[in-house]
Design a protein around this ligand. Sequence first.
Ligand SMILES: [Zn+2]
Length: 90
Amino acid sequence: MSFNFKIKNFVAADSNPATGLYHFVATFSDRTQVRLMFQKNPEWTLIGTNRLLTVPCPVCRRDYYCNCMSKYAPQFEEQVLEGELYNTVD
Ligand SMILES: [Zn+2]
């Protein structure tokens, strides 16, 4: 297991204030990129993870779709909520 959970960069990808749905792209220090889908109401909650295919999966090394990142959803959510990263983007 060489996956580094630290989010190094966090940007907004898509947002819909009317529905409270926000998509972000988190880049980790090993360059893995994961799209994180949040709903804002009643509180920020991670509702989906989707690894971008920019680099192979750090867990299974596949360069196509896999489901590995969903296992780490709780850690992703915790980092975003603890750091209030959603406040760092427009
Ligand atoms: Zn994988």
